[in-house]
Design a binder for this molecule. Structure first.
Ligand SMILES: Cc1cc2nc3c(=O)[nH]c(=O)nc-3n(C[C@H](O)[C@H](O)[C@H](O)COP(=O)(O)OP(=O)(O)OC[C@H]3O[C@@H](n4cnc5c(N)ncnc54)[C@H](O)[C@@H]3O)c2cc1C
Length: 571
C-alpha cells in the first residue's frame, strides 16, 4: 500500500486557497497542532485512486474556501523565539489575566477581591464590551423576583444546541456557578456606586420550536445613561472604574501579550508582553487566564477555521477589533488542544450590507413581521426562527448567488416611526445607501429593488391567505401566525439583508475548572481560559435562543478560573 505524508498545509494548498495558504503560513504556522501532526502519515489506498484520477496536484481532501470580507485587527501573537536579550524588564505577580473584555474583567475583579497581586493586560485602549445582556441561573435577584429556572433544562438546552459534541463539564460549571457570579457582578456594580442593577429580561413566548428559558439578565441603567443597546460598553466602563480602586490590581491598556511562557512540558508561568516597543516578561505564580476573546477580526483565521458560508457574505459590527485570535495561537503554541473544525460562530440576521439594522427603527415591528424573500420573490425560511437559524438560511441563499430582502409595509413599521424621532432619517439614509426601497405598490417596489414582481405579489397574497383562512401555522415554513400580521398596503418596503458576524465562539479545550487541556487531554498547569478563547461549549452555531450564554460563560469562567488558581489549582 502506498503511504504518503499529508499535512494541514497540504489541505489548504490543495483547496486552492492561495490567500489562506500564503497568509496562513506566515500568520499561524503552528496552527497545525490543532488539526494533525505536521507530516502525519495516512494510509492512502483509496486516496491514491483519487490522485491517479485527478492528477498529482489534485487535493485528496478538497475543502471549499472563500475570501473573508471582515475587518483586520492588530495581531499581537508572535510565533518566534524571543531571546532573553530582547526582554527589557521582568515583573512578578500572582494572577495574570490577558484581555480585559468581560471575562478578563470579572477574573480581575475576583482576583483583586481575593487580595491576589494581579496584572491584567489589554491590547486595545478599552476592553471590547460589545453586548447588551447575559445569562445566569439562581442569582440573588432572580430568587427575589421569583424566577425559577430548571438547571437540567438549561444544561440540556446548551448540550443539545452543541449537538452533544462537547464534554458537558464546562456547561455544568456555567449552570451551577453563573448565579453566584451574577451576585458578585452586582456587588461590583454596587461598589461602583452609579446605580447599575441586574434585573429580569422579559422574553416573548417562542412559538417556533424552542422553549423559553428564563435565565436572561438585563441591566437597569443609572440616571444619565440612556441607550437602547450595547449596555456592555457602559457596564464595563463601570467595572473598569471599580478595578482602578484596588491597589493589588493593575490593568494595563495598550499592552498586548505576545506569547505564553511554559516550562518544558510543565507549567505555564507567565507571558511576554509588549509595552510600547519593549518586551516585558511577566511571571505569574498562581496562574494565567486567557481572556482574549475570539478571532472575528482575523480574516485568515476565519478562512481557515470557520465554515465559509458563515462569513463570506456577512457584515461585521463591533466597537473594537482586538479579537484577532491571539489567545488561540498562544495556547496552541504551548500545546493546547482546541475545538475541532469548523468552529461555531455567533451569527445574527437583520444586517444590511453595511451594518446591523438600526434597532430602534426596524426591530419594533418591521423585523418581527416582515417576510424574507430573494430577488426571485419567494420565501425560503420561517422568518421568526431563532436568529442564528434565519442567518444560516440567508447565508445559503447568498451562497447560491441570491440577494435577500426583508419585505414589510407601513403598518408593520409605523409604531417604530411614531416612537423613534430619528426613524424617517434612518430610512432615508438606508435609501441613499441603496439598501432600502419603498413604493406604494408591490409591483413598483419589486421593480425598484430588482425583485420578480409577479412572484412577489403571489408570495404576499399567499402569505396573507394564511391569515384570511385563520391558519395557526404557515403551511410553507411552519411560521406561527398568531403573533404576526398580514400585509395591509400603504407603503411597501424592501430592505436588503444579510447576516452579521458578532463573534467566533470556538476555542481552546477546557475542563470544568476552566483549565486548558493539551492534545492528550492532560491539564496544562497554570493555564486557564474563559469566554470566546475557550472551547468545549458550543458546536455548529452560537445558540441565540438560549439567553446570553456567551457573556454568561465569559464572566462565570473568569471568576471560576481565578478561584481555582488561588486555591492552588485544586477544585
Ligand atoms: C454587537 C454585539 C452584540 C452582542 N451582544 C451580546 C449579548 O447581548 N449577550 C451576549 O452574551 N453576547 C453578546 N455578544 C457577544 C459578546 O460580545 C462576546 O461573546 C463576549 O464579549 C465575549 O467576552 P470575552 O471576555 O470572551 O471576550 P471579549 O469581550 O471579546 O474581550 C477580549 C479582549 O481581549 C483583548 N485581547 C485580545 N488579544 C489580546 C492580547 N494579545 N493581549 C491583551 N489583550 C488582548 C481584546 O482587545 C478584547 O478587549 C455581542 C457581540 C456583538 C459584536
Amino acid at each position: 500500500m502506498e503511504r504518503i505524508r499529508l499535512s494541514r498545509r497540504d489541505f489548504l494548498r490543495g483547496a486552492g486557497a492561495t490567500g489562506v495558504a500564503a497568509a496562513g503560513a506566515l500568520m499561524f504556522p503552528c496552527a497545525e497542532a490543532a488539526f494533525a501532526e505536521e507530516g502525519a502519515t495516512v494510509d492512502v489506498e483509496g486516496a491514491s485512486l483519487y490522485s491517479k484520477a485527478l492528477g498529482d496536484d489534485a487535493s485528496l481532501l478538497p475543502m471549499r474556501k472563500a475570501a473573508c470580507p471582515g475587518p483586520r485587527g492588530p495581531i499581537a501573537f508572535e510565533d518566534r523565539d524571543i531571546a532573553d536579550s530582547e526582554i527589557a524588564s521582568t515583573e512578578e505577580c500572582e494572577v495574570l489575566i490577558i484581555g480585559a473584555g468581560i471575562g478578563g474583567l470579572m477574573g480581575s475583579l475576583k482576583a483583586a477581591e481575593e487580595g491576589a497581586q494581579t496584572i491584567t493586560l489589554e491590547k486595545m485602549t478599552e476592553g471590547r464590551s460589545a453586548w447588551e445582556s447575559f445569562g445566569a441561573v439562581g442569582a440573588r435577584f432572580q430568587k427575589e423576583q421569583g424566577i425559577e429556572i430548571d438547571p437540567a433544562q438549561l444544561r440540556d438546552g446548551i448540550y443539545r444546541a452543541a449537538d452533544w459534541r462537547v464534554d458537558p463539564c464546562a456547561i455544568e460549571t456555567y449552570v451551577s456557578r453563573s448565579g453566584e457570579v451574577a451576585d458578585f457582578w452586582q456587588d461590583m456594580l454596587d461598589k461602583g456606586g452609579s446605580g447599575w442593577e441586574l434585573y429580569k429580561f422579559d422574553q416573548a413566548p417562542n412559538y417556533n420550536g424552542f422553549p423559553v428559558i428564563d435565565s436572561y439578565v438585563n441591566f437597569r441603567m443609572p440616571e444619565g445613561i440612556s441607550t437602547t443597546w450595547l449596555f456592555g460598553l457602559y457596564v464595563c466602563k463601570e467595572l473598569r472604574k471599580v478595578a482602578e480602586t484596588y491597589d493589588n490590581l493593575s490593568v494595563r491598556y495598550e499592552t498586548p501579550a505576545v506569547q505564553l511562557v511554559r516550562e518544558e512540558g510543565g507549567r505555564v508561568t507567565g507571558c511576554i508582553a509588549k509595552a510600547g516597543d519593549a518586551y516585558v516578561r511577566i511571571n505569574a505564580s498562581k496562574g494565567v487566564l486567557l481572556a482574549t476573546g475570539g478571532y472575528d477580526a482575523n480574516p485568515e483565521m476565519m478562512q481557515a477555521w470557520v465554515r465559509p458560508e458563515d462569513y463570506e457574505s456577512s457584515t461585521w459590527w463591533n466597537p473594537s477589533w482586538g479579537t484577532t485570535g491571539d489567545g488561540h495561537m498562544m495556547g496552541l503554541k504551548v500545546g493546547a488542544d482546541m475545538d475541532s473544525l469548523p468552529h461555531p460562530v455567533m451569527n445574527f440576521s437583520n444586517a444590511t450590507p453595511s451594518t446591523f439594522v438600526e434597532k430602534r427603527v426596524y426591530f419594533p415591528g418591521a423585523m418581527n413581521y416582515s417576510i424574507v424573500v430573494t430577488e426571485e420573490g419567494t420565501r425560503f425560511a420561517n422568518e421568526n426562527q431563532a436568529r442564528q437559524y434565519l442567518s444560516n438560511a440567508i447565508n445559503v441563499q447568498k451562497r447560491r448567488g441570491h440577494t435577500c430582502f426583508h419585505i414589510f409595509d407601513q403598518a408593520m413599521i409605523q409604531s417604530a416611526l411614531d416612537s423613534e424621532p430619528s426613524g424617517e432619517k434612518q430610512l432615508e439614509r438606508d435609501e441613499e445607501k441603496g439598501h432600502l426601497f419603498r413604493a406604494s405598490s408591490l409591483s413598483e417596489l419589486a421593480e425598484k429593488a430588482g425583485i420578480d414582481a409577479a412572484a412577489l405579489e403571489e408570495t404576499v397574497a399567499r402569505y396573507n391567505s394564511f391569515f384570511e383562512e385563520g391558519l395557526e401555522r404557515d403551511p410553507d415554513y411552519y411560521r406561527y401566525t398568531g403573533n404576526n400580521v398580514p400585509f395591509t398596503g400603504g407603503t411597501y418596503y424592501a430592505l436588503v439583508t444579510n447576516s452579521v458576524i458578532l463573534a467566533t465562539v470556538g476555542g481552546l479545550t477546557i475542563n470544568g475548572d476552566t483549565q486548558v487541556l493539551d492534545t492528550e487531554g492532560r491539564v496544562i498547569e497554570g493555564l486557564y481560559a474563559t469566554g470566546n478563547v475557550s472551547g468545549n461549549f458550543y458546536a455548529g452555531n452560537y445558540p441565540r435562543h438560549i439567553p446570553g450564554t456567551s457573556v454568561g460563560r465569559a464572566a462565570t469562567f473568569g471568576y471560576v478560573a481565578v478561584e481555582h488558581m488561588l486555591k492552588g489549582g485544586q477544585a
